[in-house]
Write a protein that binds this ligand. Structure first.
Ligand SMILES: C[S@@+](CC[C@H](N)C(=O)[O-])C[C@H]1O[C@@H](n2cnc3c(N)ncnc32)[C@H](O)[C@@H]1O
Length: 248
């Protein structure tokens, strides 16, 4: 079974666990590969829609791993029992607004064995980071960046905070662009920041060609987003990575 670089990276991030939750599993490729690589002994593959869940069952059967999997029709983690024993939950391949709602409604504290979350929000990453920090019981340990089939993806490796640890502070730029890039991904991360900056400047330039009055609000929004990405680039410059390619 060939899976994408993004999915391979997710599986590589999973810490060995007894029970893995694959939330929004769709094809269940993460579940299958994690079982094949013996990252886990049992998966709970969950999806809100019947069609994807049927595909998950079929794929697990074809891969010969269905005896180690259970399939749950569930909105986020709400359909998983408190005592289901998940130690790691993967939630990936969906927008950040949806993911943030799933995290808020999950009542994560009820999963006593849950030590790791791997999150792959495909938009609104700031909201996901903010929601996580607000849980008060999880913290982002590191972030991996992947360039796969022409798109950039961030994958958050989230761990249960040690008791008594004060919650980490994030600036607005860090909420948007992250704080703990895995050093192995620095080049991809910086390329991502640079491409964001270029895209935002290009959008601003094209707005300038339209009606200035009509576009004033949009233009202010873009300028704010440019400030944030510039701050993220500068922040990483201070941290001493080689970013000579960013110099104009
Ligand atoms: C694009 S697929 C991502 C599949 C896989 N996780 C990945 O990263 O490639 C998104 C899946 O999330 C499911 N989904 C959407 N909303 C959901 C929710 N509230 N709870 C659980 N699954 C959901 C969809 O039905 C779909 O199968």
């Amino acid at each position: 079974m060939i899976i994408s670089k993004r999915l391979e990276t997710i599986v590589g991030m999973i810490e060995s666990c007894s029970v893995l939750g694959d939330i929004g599993c769709d094809h269940a490729y993460v579940s299958i590969r994690a079982l094949q690589e013996k990252k886990t002994g049992h998966v709970i593959a969950a999806d809100v829609a019947k069609g994807p869940l049927e595909t998950a069952v079929r794929n697990c059967r074809e891969a010969g791993v269905e005896d180690s999997a259970e399939f749950v029709l569930s909105d986020g983690l709400s359909g998983l029992a408190d005592g289901c024993g998940i130690e790691c939950a993967v939630i990936a391949g969906m927008g950040g607004i949806l993911m943030s709602r799933i995290l808020r409604e999950a009542e994560l504290a009820r999963f006593q064995h849950l030590q790791q979350l791997i999150l792959g929000p495909q938009s609104d990453q700031d909201l996901v980071r903010k929601t996580l920090l607000e849980t008060g019981i999880f913290t982002i340990r590191r972030e991996k960046w992947v360039f796969d089939e022409g798109k950039y993806y961030v994958l958050l490796d989230v761990r249960r905070s040690l008791p008594g640890t004060p919650q980490e502070k994030y600036s607005e730029a860090q909420l948007h662009y992250g704080k703990h890039c895995d050093p192995a991904c620095t080049d991809v991360y910086l390329n991502y920041l640079n491409s964001r900056r270029e895209a935002l400047y290009a959008a601003l330039e094209s707005l300038k060609k339209g009606s200035p009055d009509k576009n004033a609000v949009k233009s202010d929004g873009l300028k704010k987003r440019i400030e944030l990405v510039e701050e993220a680039i500068l922040q990483n410059r201070r941290e001493g990575y080689d970013r000579s390619f960013l110099q104009e």
